[in-house]
Ligand binder design. Structure first.
Ligand code: TYM
Length: 332
């Protein structure tokens, strides 16, 4: 990919390295990555530096990072076709982030809803990294000249600020950065907490989240206990966040659009809905879990892939950073 003339559009996305991903991560992001790998030049990172904005236990952190890499392979991402790597293996990200920090305003960062949410959640550790988090994300994306950034809806604001920073930089120094487009799917972009369907599903939730490694019975149970309403009518509507969330999960699992999912459940009750959604999720996750266990045994193979991913990403990142440094007048 690195040596030939770019013909395909470039896709860039990343996922943090904390814990097992949730069904939200899967439907909001990784599933789309898998679908895109045949039509685009894709670069996918494990954003381990972003995860440092929250305190991590070093031993667990290291384990989780590797788990995430294996999972991306188990989910069906091809490590030859795509570049899959760890953000911390390519120090150019931090260098570009510093430069971009100097082109980003405090006021812009102050408006980031995720910063506000995370500051509330981790009020004892509102660190500078949490504040400048979107700038590192902008550096990730801009280093690789991404055309498209597929994510869940929660990252939209971060991609917008990335575009603003890139445009500001280009206005001063000429056409250095490609302006990326967010790609946010209609279904799956916002999977909600099963226990509180007004909140997005996140890894720190307990009963409200389904992890990609969850056991069959736990998945069925969690979905069985999902909060719905007393109407017993299956349709997608803002007034029915719980039922809508289950329909969304079903549609994402079965590659349907929401109205097709609604039609399927027309004459069914909530009990049936939950059972069928649970089975659809299990059907989806079982082969991934199986593949993961196989990969876990292939240590050398995986180590080599990790090294290869870093080298390929570094080559691209170095080129872009060199251009940026030269343009802004650093001695290169
Ligand atoms: P992270 O690790 O929080 O989430 C990874 C991806 O999963 C999506 N997602 C969801 N989608 C639907 N429903 C949900 N409940 C849900 N929860 C999470 C996220 O939108 C994301 O696409 N800052 C990013 C990682 C990152 C990145 C980047 C992404 C770092 N650099 C450059 C794109 C480009 C993050 O923390 O994602």
């Amino acid at each position: 990919m690195e040596n030939i003339k770019q013909e395909k559009k470039i896709v860039y996305s990343a996922i943090q390295a904390t814990g097992i991903p949730s069904l939200g991560n899967y439907f909001g992001a990784i599933k789309n990555w898998k679908d895109m790998q045949n039509n685009y030049d894709c670069i996918f990172a494990i954003a381990d530096l972003h995860s440092l904005t929250v305190r991590q236990d070093p031993i667990k952190f290291k384990k989780n990072a590797r788990t995430m890499f294996l999972l991306l392979l188990a989910l069906g991402l091809d490590p030859e076709k795509n570049i899959i790597y760890f953000q911390s293996h390519v120090h150019e990200h931090c260098e570009l982030a510093w430069i971009l920090n100097c082109f980003t305003y405090m006021g812009e960062l102050n408006r980031m809803t995720q910063f506000k949410d995370k500051s509330k959640k981790h009020s004892d550790n509102i660190n500078a990294g949490l504040f400048t988090y979107p700038v590192l994300m902008a550096a990730d994306i801009l280093l690789y000249g991404a055309d498209f950034v597929p994510t869940g809806a929660d990252q939209k604001q971060h991609i917008e600020i990335c575009r603003d920073i890139a445009q500001r930089f280009n206005n001063i120094f000429g056409d250095i950065f490609k302006i990326p487009e967010p790609l946010i799917n209609k279904t799956g972009a916002r999977i909600m907490n099963l226990q509180d369907p007004n909140k997005k599903m996140s890894k720190s939730d307990q009963d409200g989240v389904i992890f990609l490694f969850e056991e069959k019975n736990i998945i069925l149970n969690k979905i069985k206990k999902a909060v719905t309403d007393s109407e017993n009518k299956i349709c997608f509507s803002e007034e029915k966040p719980g039922v809508s969330n289950l329909l969304n999960i079903y549609a994402s699992a079965k590659n349907l659009d929401i109205s097709q999912a609604e039609n399927y459940f027309v004459n069914k009750n909530y009990g049936e809905l939950k059972k069928i959604v649970g089975e659809a999720v299990i059907e989806l996750l079982e082969p991934i879990q199986k593949k993961y266990l196989e990969l876990e045994k292939e240590k050398d193979y995986v180590d080599n892939l990790i090294k290869m991913g870093a080298e390929r990403a570094r080559r691209l990142a170095q080129k872009k950073l060199y251009k940026v440094k030269k343009k802004i007048g650093l001695l290169v």
